[in-house]
Design a protein around this ligand. Structure first.
Ligand code: GDP
Ligand code: IMO
Ligand code: MG
Length: 430
């Protein structure tokens, strides 16, 4: 029996939250391993809607252990607010059910201020970040001046580290015409909440080792999607972390063999929030229709998501880079009622055919999609709970996708509701 690693195979918002919630009934432990509260994972259970940003999606199921691994960046104020919000929805959260790696890097108020200031300075070249301070925090981590959760236990060291951090950031803020921030102010704010956050701190790598020895099933929950990966995505229009499945290992402190079956969460069409290349984008009625039927508005920022046809070339690349064993195909129901559906099978660059998504920024902006066209269906697939309930044209669409991306469909999702999910192959027994 394998563990399972869930990752987004497009530009995020593929429905990872829904699928992780569904799979978590079979898991004992759910682990976030990268990203931060830039993520927005939606769970719909009966009439209740949960919007999770930092907390693993297993948190809503009693008896499961939720873990935030060292690869995540944690805004402690956002974390405490989210814990309060989710508790107010009736979910129990305690140091027994939530553990945060004590070596995790923290997002400070200066990081969100810097995210804003840097975006403003980019002018027309804005990346469209979530302004949550994600990029500046990862920068500080790699530059070896980050503030970590364990530092909250050591006020003398923390005060020293903040002083050094702010020498760096205040010089930049000043240069960008933004207000400087006093290190003592951040120190005081941190001291007010230190105890509330430290109750969750633990050596997550050991907790996971103990879980493995017990034979627990571990579900690793990725955020964002492969095309936002800092190495493999549409650089520089990406987030600042690695999103690939291998990050589940470095971002939580387990060996690479522990990540188990890799499940790529894949929307039946394509969306993107923020700026950057998107070859199959449909700035027309088709894109509007997908956006309306799929309620494509960002869970974190409320921004309208850009919509377009399914890009099989891009997902095939994700399958290779992440070692995806199978996919969960989501939001098939959104495509009900289209006369025809298009799937991108490759690109043209200056008249030459490409069967891969190129790395160059200008090439990515210039490539033109090559499409195949398939018939649509008029029947409703919304809420279908058996593959045999799907109209033949929908079945064909699913099989064509499997063939083009080189990976089978393990799960199929037909509405936001937890139970409107068709299991074709159990990834835990993958
Ligand atoms: P995530 O970031 O990958 O977890 O995805 P989001 O939660 O940001 O966005 C996915 C949206 O689609 C959410 O509003 C989900 O409730 C919704 N959703 C998930 N699966 C399906 C599905 O199969 N059909 C429909 N119509 N909506 C879905
Ligand atoms: P989930 O987990 C979609 C995008 C932002 C922006 C870029 C960089 O819900 O799928 P950042 O704030 O990370 O520096 O912004 O990444 N982005 C997402 N897009 N879903 C997400 O998460 C995202 N997290 C970041 O819109 O284009
Ligand atoms: Mg989302």
């Amino acid at each position: 029996m394998a563990n399972v690693t869930v990752i987004g195979s497009q530009w995020g918002d593929e429905g990872k939250g829904k699928i992780v919630d569904w799979l978590s009934s079979r898991a004992d432990v759910v682990v976030r391993f990268q990203g931060g509260h830039n993520a927005g994972h939606t769970l719909v259970i009966n009439d209740k809607v949960y919007k999770l940003h930092l907390l693993p999606s297993g948190i809503v199921r009693p008896g499961k252990l939720s873990i935030i691994g060292n690869g995540v960046v944690v805004d402690p104020w956002a974390l405490l607010k989210e814990i309060d919000d989710v508790r107010a929805q009736g979910v129990e959260i305690s140091p027994e059910t939530l553990k945060i790696a004590d070596n995790v890097n923290l997002i400070m108020p200066v990081h969100s201020a810097m995210d804003e200031a840097l975006e403003a300075a980019r002018g027309k070249g804005q990346l469209g970040t979530t302004k949550r301070g994600i990029g500046p925090t990862y920068e500080d981590k790699v530059a070896r001046r980050g503030i970590r959760l364990c530092d909250l236990r050591d006020p003398v060291l923390l005060r020293e580290k903040l002083e050094k951090l702010m020498v760096h950031h205040n010089a930049l803020l000043k240069g960008l015409g933004a207000s400087e921030i006093c290190p003592q102010e951040i120190f005081d704010q941190l001291m007010q909440i230190a105890d509330q956050v430290l109750v969750y701190a633990d050596q997550v790598w050991r907790v996971l080792e103990q879980a493995r020895r017990r034979g627990d099933k571990i579900l690793f929950e990725g955020a964002q999607g492969i095309m936002l990966d800092v190495d493999h995505g549409t650089y520089p229009f990406v987030t600042s972390s690695n999103i690939v499945a291998a990050q589940a290992s470095t971002g939580s402190g387990v060996g690479p063999k522990a990540i188990g079956t890799v499940l790529g969460i894949t929307k039946a069409y394509t969306t993107r929030v923020g700026t950057g290349p998107f070859p199959t984008e449909q700035l027309n009625e088709d894109g509007e229709r997908m956006g309306q039927r799929g309620h494509e508005f960002g869970t974190t920022t409320g921004r309208k998501r850009r919509c377009g046809w399914f890009d099989a070339t891009l997902v095939r690349q994700a399958v290779t880079i992440c070692g995806i064993d199978g996919i969960a195909l989501t939001k098939l129901d959104v495509l009900d009622g289209f006369d025809e559906l298009k799937i991108c099978t490759g690109y043209l660059l200056d008249g030459k055919k490409l069967d891969y998504f190129p790395a160059g920024q200008n090439e990515q902006a210039r490539i033109e999609p090559v499409y195949m066209t398939l018939p649509g269906w008029n029947e409703s697939t919304r809420g279908a709970r058996s593959f045999s309930d799907l109209p033949p044209a929908a079945v064909k669409y699913v099989h064509v996708i499997e063939e083009l991306i080189g990976a089978p469909v393990f799960l199929l999702s037909t509405s936001p509701e937890r139970d409107d999910t068709i299991l074709l192959k159990d990834p835990f027994y993958g």
